[in-house]
Design a protein around this ligand. Structure first.
Ligand code: ADP
Ligand code: GLC
Length: 531
């Protein structure tokens, strides 16, 4: 069904600015006829009792994705359905969502909502799409969500995500759907717990418990107090040092969310510990230590339908664990051909698929590329981000033609081909809350070379050449020499102990990196919150 035209959209102009109380008023507009919602067939083996969960976050594959958060927002709800959860995912309706999905959205209703401290009123539309048993509700407002990118700059993003947090809760009330648990993700949904426990406490949705998951502590949504106080319209008392206030004059949206959440999770156990230290704590380590009683780490998984090397149509030669050794060579040659690299299946191909930012350890990679390229090794980079890294990788491609290929772009298809065609994948991150690329790599029989931090430490067991155990090559301190050493150990194994290497490839493909276990743990936490 085509999306209803948004001709009723009211821009927040002078005309729509009317004096209103700060109470969330949501029930004025008449809800549209509820659209038929696909329900899961009753499955007796599902664990009881059923729990309902509303996910609130800023990105979700395949609608909009800039990194791993988008993958998790897609895959975890799917996995939770298998754990007898009823899941609604609330997202902004960005203009950049591909038309094929915009066309499938169904108009669910609209209302006006007060937002700012002076009671400005904004249009909130709800567009719904039901897919694979998950209900996606998109919050519509052209004023806030018309950029080509979900994130632009803080000046625009702060009002955008104040609006989004309040509109998401208002939409739940409007749809008359009160979940057991509201599960928010990262700073963009950081104000949800704050609104819930203040202005929404006495509304229907106020009976829900709220969980906040930190996917990346580096981003917190910090701006001066007057700006956040104005846009959020939150009461003055939340801007105290135990909640939103940071330093002398700033407000921190994530910090406020952490204070008011019933439960905080992050995406690996090791990261849950690391963020309570000064080095990884991004100035919130003391706050997190204070709230550590409600902090848990649950490692991410990957979606086995999305990442299935046996059925992956993007690959030159799809494969299973039984024929990975042979087929990987075919995928390697196809990749070399497509990228203009020297075509030779005996070369050691190292992949790097990453946002090009300081987090990802790229200065270490840059420091050692000349020593890695030895005539037997190729490096394939796929990523976009900071100009300094884009430029340096372009430089290396020119300097080592045929051996280095830098794909400075975001391209899902190419990512699949690199995961399948490379022998090893580099993830030497400075910090890594979980990391999905090493999980995808292992699932595709590509051996990860990682720094022992965050989720990388929790998911990649170091190779032990004596016991022939482990899944990859690891190093601890953030030093280029140690990364080079890990790469050299990988090369030595690949070139001189190929049987051991091949065994590791098999182990990696057979390792369980699915969401099953972690979805169970989330469900247990939901039950802990709502027994
Ligand atoms: P982060 O969320 O910090 O960026 P993750 O490892 O959790 O890191 O997730 C990254 C996700 O984005 C993976 O699914 C990876 O395959 C994908 N990805 C990163 N860069 C690109 C790119 N340039 N093209 C295609 N996919 C990419
Ligand atoms: C963040 C982290 C990454 C994690 C992802 C999904 O973007 O940087 O480590 O895997 O979120 O949780």
């Amino acid at each position: 069904m085509p999306a209803k035209k948004k001709k009723k959209e009211k821009k927040p102009t002078q005309k729509t600015v009317k004096k209103q109380t700060k109470e969330p008023k949501v029930a004025k507009a008449q809800p549209a006829e509820p659209q038929p919602v696909e329900t899961q067939p009753a499955q007796p083996q599902l664990p009881e009792p059923r729990r309902s969960v509303a996910f609130i976050g800023s990105e979700c594959y395949p609608f909009v994705k800039t990194g791993g958060l988008g993958d998790v927002m897609y895959a975890l709800p799917k996995a939770l359905i298998k754990q007898n959860c009823d899941v609604k995912v609330i997202l902004p309706r960005y203009k950049c969502i591909p038309q094929e999905y915009q066309d499938k959205m169904v108009y669910r209703g609209e209302f006006m909502m007060d937002l700012c401290a002076d009671g400005r009123s904004f249009y909130v539309g709800i567009m719904e799409y039901v897919w694979d048993g998950v209900v996606y509700d998109f919050i519509d407002n052209e004023e806030f969500f018309s950029d080509g990118n979900p994130y632009t700059n803080l000046i625009d993003d702060i009002p955008k995500f104040c609006f989004f947090a309040k509109a998401a809760l208002s939409a739940l009330n409007f749809m008359d759907w009160t979940p057991d648990v509201i599960h928010c993700h990262d700073w963009q949904a950081g104000l949800v717990p704050v609104y819930l426990r203040t202005m929404f406490e006495d509304t229907p949705v106020g009976s829900a418990k709220v969980m906040l998951t930190i996917h990346n502590l580096r981003f917190q949504g910090i701006y001066n107090i007057p700006t956040i106080a104005y846009w959020s319209g939150l009461p003055d008392y939340v801007f105290n040092k135990d909640a939103l206030k940071q330093g002398y004059e700033d407000a921190n949206m994530l910090k406020g969310g952490l204070t008011y959440a019933n439960m905080i999770t992050t995406v690996s156990n090791t990261y849950a510990g690391e963020i309570q230290t000064a080095f990884y704590g991004e100035d919130l380590d003391a706050h997190l230590r204070y709230h550590s009683g409600k902090l848990r780490g649950i490692v991410n998984g990957i979606d086995y339908d999305m990442w299935d090397s046996a059925k992956d149509e993007l690959l030159a030669a799809p494969y299973k664990a039984e024929d990975v050794i042979k087929k990987k060579k075919e995928n390697k040659k196809a990749l070399q051909e497509e990228l203009g690299l020297t075509q030779n299946e005996d070369l050691f191909v190292i992949g790097l698929i990453s946002r090009l930012t300081d987090q990802k350890g790229l200065d270490l990679v840059n420091a050692i590329i000349p020593e890695v390229i030895d005539g037997n090794t190729q490096v394939v980079v796929l990523g976009t981000g900071d100009a300094k890294y884009e430029d340096s990788f372009r430089y290396y491609e020119g300097a080592y033609k045929g051996s280095v290929c830098s794909n400075i772009m975001y391209d899902e298809g190419r990512a699949h081909k690199i995961y399948a065609g490379a022998d090893a994948l580099l993830v030497p991150s400075l910090f890594e809350p979980c990391g999905l690329t090493q999980l995808i790599a292992m699932h595709y029989g590509t051996v990860p070379i990682v720094r022992e931090t965050g989720g990388l430490k929790d998911t990649v067991e170091p190779y032990n050449e004596f016991a022939t155990t482990g899944n990859g090559f690891t190093f601890d301190r953030y030093e280029a020499g140690l990364l080079l050493d890990a790469i050299n150990r990988a090369k030595t194994t690949y070139f001189t102990q190929r049987m051991n290497w091949d065994d590791m490839v098999q182990r990696d493909m057979n390792k369980d990196v699915s969401w099953d276990n972690s979805a169970k743990q989330y469900r247990d936490l939901y039950l802990e919150l709502k027994p």
